[in-house]
Design a protein around this ligand. Structure first.
Ligand code: MG
Length: 663
């Protein structure tokens, strides 16, 4: 995707990505929703991640221009700020600091104006290098006001459909933290590696990096003389969206994954770290890059020029890693501490350094195996990282769970609200379909409430103990549709049967289309990893009989061992009978099975009552307890690593063919 020119009156709207099959009416609804979401970002109470990302992209472009400007006026600087104390607090007007300060002042002002409720943790202000009065003063100039206008308007015509559904709606601002580094890698710039400089902006929701923007001001500087080439690039993306702006040449080298080639890594230039060599040896790594710039390392991984980046000791902070972690997650990669634990990016100014190191890889499976090996190598060489009390280490999903004897042998997964969720808000779909039938009184607000009420209230038959779905589920859905059309009224005589049937039919068509559903990021790859590691995967869902066909259309079926659906099985969650059927179909005892789902009663209580070994709630918050998950790769890591340790505890040595895939 090409980025729009800065400040251009001819600023091009980027056309919506995937809506050619939509009616114009639907596009209008979407455009209005986008506009509402954008406005929500500015009211201080809610944040909207796609809008924040657009703002960050505009900031990155302007930041590149500022850095170019400072560079034109003289050398950017040679001062090694990383190794020196910043305790004096006095502003030193050397060129390097000038660029850092100007970019950060601009960014803080833009965020404060356009996303006032969102907390921004930025490097220079966090280290007392600049104060709010600095950015007040600097932003009075005409140029900076143009920056604000640009940031507000840039990319606004973009459709938000590409993002994970959870990010398309406004999110309470206090769940969001933005990490900003105005200039990463300045020391490398001094040694002639201009490409190493990046502007980093990561957006975390509930402590998880979900969107990232990396501006690289001198991306193309070796080719600067060639006609038409832009000097900078802005790489951006996030959960569900993937990554844009990489602009990788078609003939770029892409090392094969080990063992078909060496493990290619990037490390810092100066590492006072005696464990690095043994680790690199154990991983049979080839060091292609020795540059001290975290943002640049992430770009290398995103471009597939290296498999992993290793910093075994504390050498990065949250603003160095948040943006890159979001981008890597969006493309199947992962970032953890030295031994595979995830960091928590929730707002906490006392937990900014990544105390127990940082490792990143372009592939989650490779990373899990790599960090397991690192753990084995460094354990005899000293306690680190276990001897540091790192408040930002996220509690692991299975940290407080005993691994079954013989290890985990199956995981059963809820479908609705866990593996898949509607691409578009249900209330918006109902309101649109109703309006198309002339029922204009149904609004997204009324549909939201009435749908929820009806969903909880009705069953598929009017008898005690009736299930929700029988057969194709129409006996239940007809009641829901009638309830929504009647505006929630108990007596709904004025809603004609013909209208109910027409709406039911339109909704059935809509929800049978795979484009109406979003499959959780990384889920299918994680299922493959689990199955390769000897852990079976089954889907366990309260759904009508159409589910298997939908899962086929979504490409899910080949990635699982069994699919159990309530309407087909004749019993539903949370009954013991249903979970017994699941265990039977997957062929694994409940005592060696973990269930994950988004419903506390149907999934967690149901599986627990059926003697499953553990039940994990699929939910983003809170991060400081175990048995919660919102990322399938993280869940797969927890199960696979638990099994490796269980085998070790039984005296089975690492090195088994099944355990080592990459190394
Ligand atoms: Mg569910």
């Amino acid at each position: 995707m090409k980025l729009s020119p800065r400040f251009g009156a001819s600023l091009k709207r980027i056309s919506p990505t995937r809506c050619s099959h939509r009616s114009s009416r639907e596009s209008n609804v979407r455009a209005n929703t986008n506009e509402l979401n954008a406005r929500a970002t500015t009211d201080g109470t809610f944040a909207h991640v796609p809008t924040l990302t657009r703002i960050a992209r505009a900031i990155a472009l302007e930041g590149c221009a500022i850095i170019h400007d400072v560079t034109r006026k003289g050398e950017l600087g040679v001062k090694d700020k990383g190794g020196s104390s910043t305790s004096s607090g006095a502003y030193v007007a050397d060129a390097q600091t000038e660029a850092d300060r100007r970019v950060e002042c601009m960014a803080l002002r833009v965020f404060r104006e356009l996303a006032p409720g969102v907390r921004v943790v930025a490097e220079e202000s966090s280290e007392d290098e600049i104060s709010p009065t600095d950015y007040e003063r600097d932003l009075n100039s005409k140029e900076k006001m143009m920056t604000l206008a640009f940031a507000r308007d840039a990319f606004v015509g973009e459709n938000d459909e590409m993002w994970a559904p959870a990010l398309r709606k406004p999110i309470a601002s206090d769940r969001v933290t933005v990490y900003f580094d105005p200039l990463d890698g300045t020391n490398e710039y001094a040694s002639g590696e201009r490409e190493a400089i990046t502007i980093l902006c990561g957006i975390a929701v509930d402590g998880v990096p979900v969107a990232g923007v990396v501006g690289q001001p001198f991306y193309n500087y070796r080719a600067e003389a060639s006609a038409g080439a832009r000097l900078e690039r802005v790489v951006w993306g996030g959960l569900g969206a993937g990554v844009f702006g990489l602009d990788v040449a078609a003939n770029a080298s892409r090392p094969a994954l080990p063992p078909n080639g060496p493990h290619v890594v990037a490390v810092n230039r100066n590492t006072r770290e005696n464990r690095q060599e043994p680790v690199l040896e154990a991983l049979r790594s080839r060091v292609d890059v020795r540059i001290s710039a975290t943002g640049y390392h992430y770009l290398l991984l995103l471009e597939r020029r290296a498999h992993s980046a290793l910093m075994l000791r504390k050498a990065s902070k949250k603003w160095d890693t948040c943006a890159g972690e979001a981008l890597l997650r969006a493309t199947g990669g992962v970032v953890t501490d030295t031994v595979g634990r995830r960091y928590n990016y929730a707002y906490n100014v006392n937990a900014l350094p990544n105390l127990s190191g940082m490792t990143a890889s372009l592939d989650a499976a490779l990373h899990c195996e790599m960090t397991t090996i690192i753990r084995d190598v460094i354990a005899p060489l000293g306690e680190y990282p276990y001897d540091v009390d790192d408040p930002s280490i996220k509690v692991g999903i299975l940290d407080q769970t005993r691994t079954p004897e013989g290890g985990w042998r199956a995981v059963t997964v809820d479908v609705g609200g866990c593996l898949i969720e509607p691409s578009e808000r249900v209330a918006d779909v109902y309101a649109r379909v109703a309006a198309d039938l002339g029922a204009n009184h149904v609004t997204p607000v009324s549909a939201s409430k009435d749908f929820k009420d009806a969903f909880a209230k009705y069953r598929g038959r009017d008898e005690p103990g009736a299930m929700r779905y029988y057969g194709d589920g129409k006996t239940f859905w007809r009641k829901v549709v009638r309830h929504v059309l009647a505006g929630g009224a108990e007596t709904s005589g004025f809603v004609s049967d013909a209208t109910v049937e027409a709406m039911l039919s339109a909704l059935y068509d809509y929800y049978e289309s795979p484009s109406s559903w979003y499959v959780a990021q990384g889920a299918l790859e994680a299922f493959d990893r689990l199955r390769k590691a000897g852990i079976k995967v089954a889907l366990a869902s309260n759904w009508d009989s159409r589910l298997p066909k939908l899962l086929d259309a979504l490409g899910v079926t080949p990635h699982v061992d069994a699919i159990v659906v309530s309407a087909i099985q004749g019993c539903e969650k949370p009954s013991r009978e249903f979970f017994a059927a699941v265990s039977r179909d997957v062929g694994v005892a409940p005592s060696a099975t973990l269930h994950v789902g988004d419903d506390a009663v149907n999934d967690v209580a149901g599986a627990s009552a059926a003697s499953f070994a553990a039940a994990v709630l699929w939910a983003p918050l809170p991060l400081d307890v175990s048995l919660r998950a919102s990322d399938f790769h993280e869940l797969a890591d927890a199960l696979i690593v638990a099994n490796l340790r269980e085998r070790r505890a039984r005296g089975v040595a690492m090195g088994d063919e099944n355990e080592r895939v990459f190394f």
